[in-house]
Design a protein around this ligand. Structure first.
Ligand code: GRF
Length: 207
């Protein structure tokens, strides 16, 4: 089990503002958290997530799908770069691309993703909008172990937030993100310190 002197190695992948990443960077400043971010990757340039990583002195890399002939080539390149950092855990934190079979084959069981809805409800890119349109009274965020599906993997943690009468998509997503960041920081720290086991979709901390 990683100790304060041997923190778990995290690679974090982002596509945008990177507020989840920023929360993880802040958490990792405490040695007792048990993790350190060894690299941050993105599928696009000029995003705040990369800038935040740079300010923290964390190595960054960018691999754009459009720079590759085939999606599978991008997936192989991404796999090679990420695996090269020898991560104990890969955190998809607002990473707006599906990783492919090569990535999952090589890093199986070591990849988690956060989704701004209560899985299995409202998978995909527009979880907050879909929840609002459906008229649910509560929604939230889900951290799960990534599998081949879209937001279908075994669930590590969930957090619930209310939908308020005056919400629009932006206000709802912002409320979700506050809870999502807390859930992510808490759960990634526990995975780093304790590990996780998955049996028949049931995820438990500890190995
Ligand atoms: C998060 O709500 C994430 O779940 C979703 O996009 C948002 C990313 O936020 N896929 P940030 O880039 O971490 O601020």
């Amino acid at each position: 089990m990683p100790q304060e002197t041997n923190p778990s190695r995290l690679v974090v992948l982002v596509s945008g503002a990177g507020t989840n990443l920023a929360a993880l960077i802040d958490a990792c400043t405490d040695p007792a958290y048990g993790a350190r971010i060894v690299a941050v990757g993105a599928d696009r340039n000029d995003i705040e997530g990369l800038a935040r990583a740079g300010r923290a002195g964390i190595p960054t890399f960018v691999l754009e799908v459009g720079d590759f002939d085939q999606r599978s080539d991008w997936d192989r390149a991404l796999t090679d770069v990420v695996a090269g950092y020898e991560p104990d855990l890969v955190v998809l934190a607002g990473f707006m691309k599906l990783v492919g079979t090569t990535f999952l084959g090589r890093l199986a069981g070591r990849v988690v993703n956060t989704h701004p809805a209560l899985c299995p409800a409202f998978p995909g890119r527009s979880g907050p909008a879909d929840a609002l349109a459906y008229g649910v009274k509560v929604t939230g965020a889900t951290l799960f172990v990534v599998d081949e599906g879209v937001d279908t993997g075994p669930i590590v943690a969930q957090t619930v937030v209310p939908v308020e009468d005056g919400d629009d998509v932006e206000s709802l997503h912002e409320r979700i993100k506050v809870a999502e960041r807390a859930m992510l920081v808490d759960s990634v720290g526990r995975i780093a310190r304790e590990g996780i086991s998955v049996t028949d979709r049931r995820v438990r901390f500890g190995v």
